[in-house]
Design a protein. Structure first.
Length: 712
């Protein structure tokens, strides 16, 4: 077999194979049918070349050359037609003209007007030779011109399109065409006297090979289903062969040395193994092909479920935006995603969460064309798919490049643009389709509501924090008597010691004392003064710390006993003056709880002060703490007060509701207490009996760590 015949065989088999593959994958698709027809035409050239290479006489070779040139005549027209449809270029008149010219050359092919003579130009190979037919040069010009024009169309589209996946598809198509046609056109050279063996025919099979890669990598044509089935089938067949071979080797070659095993028994065992592995193996192969070759599909139900279950229920704005970005990136299989939110103070759209931007900080002003387009049109911006045809200013493209985004969805609420959801390209390089937009646009509208709710919760939390601070300062004001005592008492002791020393000096009592005696006396007075000053400083420091607003709550292991002591140090003397006793019963082995230390102090402070105000002196407040069930720690604050009537018990946590006399309460204390407890992942409950007293229960999770961080 000559090299020309071999190249023809390779061309015929590869082209016919890919043509059948594409056709049977989706025979209803027009572009698939046209591509299959093109491949069959190239296969005619290939198999015709095989017959020419095998021809042993002049007459047979001439017949096969004329049959083979049917492919040469129609290849440029079909190729031109296919590219026009693939690039969505509407030019029916030019396509019809191309086919009419091909039809004219086909008529000429039936006579010496096209191929007039063949001769043995190369050893064992009869090739078209001079004198050539009058129509032959025009066919060559037609062939080359159509190929050049078609590749110009491909090049222009490749340069102009903003759709990344389409650009990659066309790039591989362009490359495959150059490789195949350069080699194919070189086959014309011997006809015009260039004594060069048609080795270029070997490049023609590369055309379907390169296109096969493009189909696998970029879904160049709609044959995904058949690719998956082929890969899964090949994997199953290979696995079956491997199992049978392994069982046969083990039973016949290894175990046969020790015991004789009939061949039928090893076959039965192999069949049982195959039956057991078939289902799991098939599922595994399907998952592998989906994961590594076909990442473009995602489950809309899964996306909606994850958003409903995990994202939309969040009221923490930072968690909401980051979870949104992560969920979309993972479910839709994106290279990255980001979310811009409006900063109402600066009037800019700042990056609130991102994935795939490598820490890049991005912000856009309200007058940026990118933002203005989204705000004015309420429409998404996309670089591929259905949105690729929309023309945007150059600055919009630069903004999308900054965000690594292929699709930007506006988050609109009551005609206001509160944010922008930006999605990067899919890992499969597939475009965002109409189906994608049908699910993502409603999702963006729902996300806008969730973001707005989270912002409202954030503002409410800020308002609550301010209200809590005012309430705390108001309550601290009621401690004036106790605080005055706690500060003035140690200062009074210091003053008394200093005055006694001065009186001794004036009365001459210290006259005649040795310097050592004077030094000892002075040292004792100074030490006593320092001790009392430290006592006064400690109470003022604790009061100052307690009064400061909490900016950033920090959950950490906290000792309940220590925090109870801290609060009682602030309110203890007031309670003593009011003839209210405090009884503590805190388990010695009580584990720490994970809360913000200062917020826990606020809760204890409020509940103990409320208990004191409910008591008609004399009375008692009990503070108990012990372990509960399921790793919980329970704190109880009980009093011997008047109790709360059942009809009011359900309202005590409502803002501005109070059972105190007018002017003695804001009605925010217990409302704030519950907010703080729940913010620290705890629970608060209450039991009350009118005339006997009230007990509040606080339940928090016990910390896994038993050590408590040192106080700053």
């Amino acid at each position: 077999m000559s090299l020309f015949a071999l190249s023809g065989l390779l061309t015929g088999l590869s082209s016919l194979g890919i043509g059948a593959w594409v056709y049977f994958s989706n025979r209803t698709n027009r572009i698939n049918r046209l591509w299959s027809f093109f491949c069959v035409t190239v296969a005619v050239w290939g198999f015709g070349g095989l017959k020419i290479g095998l021809a042993s006489d002049h007459e047979t070779a001439l017949i096969w050359w004329r049959i083979t040139y049917i492919a040469v005549i129609f290849i440029p027209s079909i190729f031109y037609h296919f590219v026009s449809i693939f690039l969505e270029i509407h030019r029916p008149a030019k396509i019809v003209l191309a086919y009419l010219l091909s039809l004219g050359f086909l008529i000429a092919d039936a006579s010496p007007l096209l191929i007039a003579n063949v001769s043995e130009l190369f050893r064992g190979l009869y090739y078209v030779s001079r004198p050539i037919g009058q129509a032959y040069p025009f066919l060559v010009l037609f062939f080359i011109a159509m190929v050049i024009l078609t590749h110009i169309d491909l090049w222009r589209y490749m340069v102009r399109t903003t759709a990344e996946k389409r650009r990659l598809q066309v790039r591989w198509f362009f490359l495959a065409g150059i490789v195949g046609y350069v080699g194919g056109i070189s086959c014309f050279l011997p006809v015009f006297g260039v004594n060069l063996y048609p080795y270029g025919n070997f490049t023609i099979p590369l055309f379907p090979v390169l296109l096969s890669y493009a189909i696998f990598r970029y879904q160049f044509l709609d044959i995904e289903v058949i690719i998956k089935r082929t890969l899964v089938f090949a994997g199953l067949v290979g696995s079956v062969v491997a199992v049978v071979s392994l069982v046969a080797f083990v039973s016949q070659d290894v175990l046969s040395r020790f015991v004789e095993i009939p061949k039928w028994l090893s076959n039965v065992f192999a069949a049982m193994v195959i039956a057991g592995l078939y289902g799991p193996l098939r599922n595994r192969l399907v998952n592998v092909t989906e994961r590594y070759l076909f990442q473009k599909k995602y489950d809309y139900k899964e996306l909606l479920k994850r958003f409903t279950d995990e994202v939309m229920v969040m009221v923490d704005l930072r968690q909401l935006v980051q979870m949104t970005v992560n969920t979309l990136s993972e479910t839709v299989k994106l290279d990255g995603a980001s979310l811009l939110l409006l900063d109402k103070d600066k009037r800019t759209y700042d990056l609130a969460a991102s994935r795939g931007l490598n820490g890049r900080q991005v912000a856009f002003g309200e007058q940026e064309q990118f933002i203005r387009f989204l705000r004015e049109t309420h429409e998404p911006i996309g670089l591929d798919g259905p949105l690729a045809k929309v023309r945007f200013p150059g600055s919009v493209h630069l903004c999308l490049k900054q965000l690594n985004a292929r699709l930007c969805l506006p988050l609109n609420l009551h005609d206001d643009l509160i944010g922008v959801l930006c999605l990067g390209k899919k890992k499969s390089d597939e475009e965002f389709t109409k189906d994608d937009l049908d699910i993502l646009l409603p999702l963006a509208r729902t996300l806008a509501i969730a973001v707005s709710n989270a912002e409202l919760f954030e503002e409410l939390a800020k308002t609550q924090a301010e209200a809590a601070q005012k309430e705390k300062l108001a309550v601290i004001g009621t401690l004036s008597a106790g605080i005055n005592h706690e500060i003035c008492n140690p200062l009074g002791i210091v003053k008394a010691q200093c005055e006694a020393f001065l009186l001794d000096v004036e009365d001459g009592i210290l006259v005649g004392k040795t310097s050592g005696d004077l030094l000892d006396r002075t040292t004792a007075i100074m030490r006593g003064a320092l001790k009392q000053i430290d006592r006064a400083t400690a109470i003022t420091q604790k009061l100052s710390n307690f009064a400061k607003p909490i900016k950033e709550p920090t959950a950490q292991p906290v000792s309940v006993a220590q925090e109870v002591d801290e609060v009682l140090m602030l309110v203890g003397h007031d309670l003593t003056l009011e003839k209210i006793a405090v009884e503590k019963a805190i388990a010695p082995d009580l584990p720490p709880i994970v809360v913000d230390r200062r917020q826990l102090q606020e809760v204890l402070f409020n509940l103990i002060r409320n208990a004191a105000q409910a008591i008609a002196p004399p009375g008692t407040i009990w503070v108990r703490a012990h372990t509960g069930g399921e790793g919980q720690v329970r704190i109880e604050i009980a009093d011997t007060g008047s109790g709360i009537p059942p009809d009011k018990l359900g309202k005590i946590y409502d803002p501005f509701f109070t059972t105190k006399e007018p002017g003695k309460g804001t009605g925010l204390g217990l409302f704030i207490v519950r907010q703080i407890v729940e913010r620290n992942k705890g629970r608060i409950s209450v039991e009350s009996v009118v005339g006997k007293g009230t007990t509040f229960f606080l339940d928090f999770a016990a910390a896994r760590e038993t050590s408590v961080p040192a106080r700053g």
